[in-house]
Design a protein around this ligand. Structure first.
Ligand code: BES
Ligand code: ZN
Ligand code: ZN
Length: 482
């Protein structure tokens, strides 16, 4: 599985591609007048149902794929271009086309970027466990850029870096729990640190106990694969002095629910419960390789939530890193306990902005489904920046309230706090996290339980991990870095 993207002034491929929205041809500078007239006839025919999306027809004596970039409902035009790129990539592979040229000279940079993203997405396959792997076949895409060769080449390189990170993130998430344990995840983080030159600090179980990171200790002690806290730091020389962005990820490599055991049906999907940590690792890899001018740290809260003779019991009370005591009412509400340590670590790093990503609640899945990530924030300005970053990244976000009326629900009877509330599951979880956010810090919590892992093919992602969060975090880092 491979694609090659070449940015050229003009195309020489054995097939052309024409992306269009309704009847208006979008990027047709490379076509002759005769071909333009014929293309219009074909597009008319498409409206009448004579031709279909992805039909291969002759234009200027060249086979040309007609891609309808306005097929899906509810997507922005950039996201439609991504899905168009995805469908084109699939078709090119199926038809065994070695070289396809895309006439994009008239396109805006963000449109070209969207199409290239789609082409990359069409390559993803998780076949590590299949005895029969997908046949290797390389497609070369020539992007006909005319005067924009330099600009488009730069962005193609950026997309390739970002997509490689997304692929890593998705692979980590799709890997079964017994093959991606906390210690294996640590090794993956070490690989990324080596590749990118990031500084890395790994705290093992002993260090966590010694330093009082008791959220992770409590959650992870029931498993033979013990918990870890991993911190990666990216500190470029050119960056605003007053901004330090910390990305904190929930990294439950598997969540059985613990003593408050989950039902058997669909439990296997809890291999996705480290999606927050995977996204955060993918994002800092991208940020470092793109050399973005902003200080960023990534904190991975790694543990496995298992039943075992050492596992935490409902009713157990522990003291969190910030000194607050917590009664574990339900061992399945473990993510917020693990994250309490990640938030504490972000405080020790003196982060000015903290974003945590977590597959935190089933309540969020029910509220917003697989297409929208619900987020919470204590800073309106940051909320606006997140929404804008999400739009650029084609990832949908929706602001949720940190409703104080529900705060009494997480007050503990014998301890300061308890880990589940009475009402509004996703909000209660966010209110719990708020108790551990260091003072005077802009913070946002992204509940990606619904959006990290999909149980059907959707847009340009296959069944399983979506890689949600990586791109929005990168866009946000660009914004905060100025
Ligand atoms: N990892 C789950 C949340 C989840 C649900 C992730 C669906 C992905 C898909 C989390 O640890 C959990 O079990 N939450 C409980 C909390 C409850 C016990 C208060 C939930 O939402 O059911
Ligand atoms: Zn759980
Ligand atoms: Zn969980």
């Amino acid at each position: 599985m491979k694609i090659k993207i070449e940015i050229k002034e003009s195309g020489k491929a054995n097939a052309n591609t024409l992306l269009f929205v309704k009847k208006s041809i979008q990027f047709s500078a490379a076509l002759s007048k005769k071909a333009l007239t014929r293309a219009e006839t074909i597009l008319d025919g498409m409206e009448d149902g004579l031709f279909d999306d992805l039909d291969l027809l002759d234009l200027d004596d060249k086979p040309t794929i007609f891609v309808n970039a306005a097929k899906e409902r509810g997507l922005t035009s950039l996201d439609q271009l991504r899905t168009a790129g995805f469908r084109l990539g699939k078709r090119a592979r199926k038809k065994q086309m070695h070289c396809v040229s895309l006439m994009l000279a008239d396109a805006a940079p963000e449109q070209v970027k969207a199409i290239i993203h789609g082409l990359h997405y069409s390559e993803y396959v998780f076949d590590r466990y299949k005895t029969k792997k997908q046949k290797s076949f390389e497609v070369t895409y020539e992007i006909v850029a005319q005067d924009n060769v330099k600009e488009f080449s730069k962005l193609a390189k950026e997309v390739a870096i970002e997509q490689a990170s997304i692929t890593l993130t998705r692979d980590w998430i799709n890997t079964p729990g017994s093959d991606l344990t906390p210690v294996v995840f640590v090794a993956e983080a070490e690989k990324i640190a080596k590749e990118t030159g990031l500084k890395i600090k790994v705290r093992d179980f002993k260090a966590l106990q010694k330093e009082g990171f008791n959220g992770l200790v409590t959650v992870g002690k029931g498993s033979p694969s013990l918990p870890y806290l991993v911190t990666l730091e990216y500190k470029p020389t050119k960056a605003p002095k007053d901004v330090h962005l910390a990305l904190v990820g929930k990294g439950l490599t598997f969540d059985t629910g613990g003593m408050s055991l989950k039902p058997a049906s669909g439990m296997w999907e809890m291999c996705c419960d480290m999606s927050g940590a995977a996204a955060v690792l993918g994002a800092i890899r991208t940020i470092a390789l793109l050399k973005l001018p902003i200080r960023v740290s990534a904190v991975l809260c790694l543990a496995e939530n298992r039943i075992g003779s050492n596992a935490v019991l409902p009713g157990d009370i522990f003291t969190a890193k910030n000194g607050k005591t917590v009664m574990v009412d339900n061992t399945d509400a473990e993510g917020r306990l693990a994250l309490s340590d990640g938030l504490a670590e972000a405080g020790l790093l003196k982060a000015t902005h903290i974003i945590d990503l977590a597959t935190l609640t089933g309540a969020m899945v029910r509220a917003l489904g697989y297409a929208i990530t619900g987020f919470f924030s204590n800073d309106e300005n940051l909320s606006t920046q997140i929404l804008e970053s999400g739009t650029s990244a084609c990832e949908k976000f929706w602001p949720m309230p940190l409703e104080e009326e529900y705060a009494d629900g997480i007050k503990g009877k014998f301890a300061d706090l308890q880990n589940i509330g009475a009402d509004a599951g996703a909000i209660s979880a966010a209110l719990f996290l708020k108790e551990f956010v260091p003072e005077n810090t802009s913070w946002s919590h992204w509940d990606i339980a619904g959006t990290a892992f999909v149980t059907k093919e959707w847009k340009y992602t296959t069944y399983g991990a979506t890689g949600i969060g990586v791109q929005t975090l990168v866009e946000l880092a660009k914004k905060l870095g100025g």
